[in-house]
Design a protein around this ligand. Sequence first.
Ligand code: SF4
Length: 271
Amino acid sequence: MGMQRKGGISWCDATWGVLVGCTKVSAGCRNCWAEKAARLHYNASFPTGWDGTVQMFPDRLMEPNHYKKARRIAVGLMGDIFHTSVPRHFLDQLWATMGCCDSPDLRHLTFQILTKRPAEMLSYAKSRESSGMVFNLPNLWLGVSCENQATADERIPLLLQAPAAVRWVSAEPLLSGLILRDEWMHLGCRPTMDLPAGSGKLDWVIVGGESGPGARPMHPDWVRSIVKQCKSASIPVHVKQIHLNGKLSKNPTDWPEDLRVREFPEVRTGF
Ligand code: SF4
């Protein structure tokens, strides 16, 4: 369960299993697939599911160096790397590996970090920068998961204050309609209470319905609206999976034509 080809995830090429373990934080966590996978593959550590334990795998930290071709690598999807049980020295080791991948012979690797804990992410960014260490890497994309308006309103403004090459939102599992606010989509809007001047904007949006037993339904109109909002703001949007006739479908050729969108942000080369 270390470095893996992407499996069913359309937005990355590989996953980097540097840790396993988490704590549920919001409605989107209810049917956490990683918790089910952990009980299957790491039952000795998680016999009752998530209990706040996070198991880290330092021996996997150098695994990305094995990739010789361009890869988008999702980091730590079996948990949340900004969980409070993950010590700073482990994050520092992760950043060291990802920073090495900025060397001329490893520039083909891009790292995608997704969190539901952007406050902790921002605090790590600030503490690195205040100790003279680089947080913002040109090959690092930072994202937050948002399942509804409340979590988007809470998490996106924090994400947009963190420095990153690409800032993105994963609206999965999408549990309601979502308004992507103007100040998240465009630079130069007036600062708001929770979004100070100088914050960034969203560069990418992913949408997906819930998978697995007991999956909560996602209305196609919620997806349609997000696609439309992204198109009108010229922000790349990527529909990962939708519910079709009560079943999860990952095959865009089966979907309504206007939902068959799988875009990626433009990648800078030769940084
Ligand atoms: S944050 Fe992610 S990994 Fe952690 S419980 Fe929630 S869905 Fe699962």
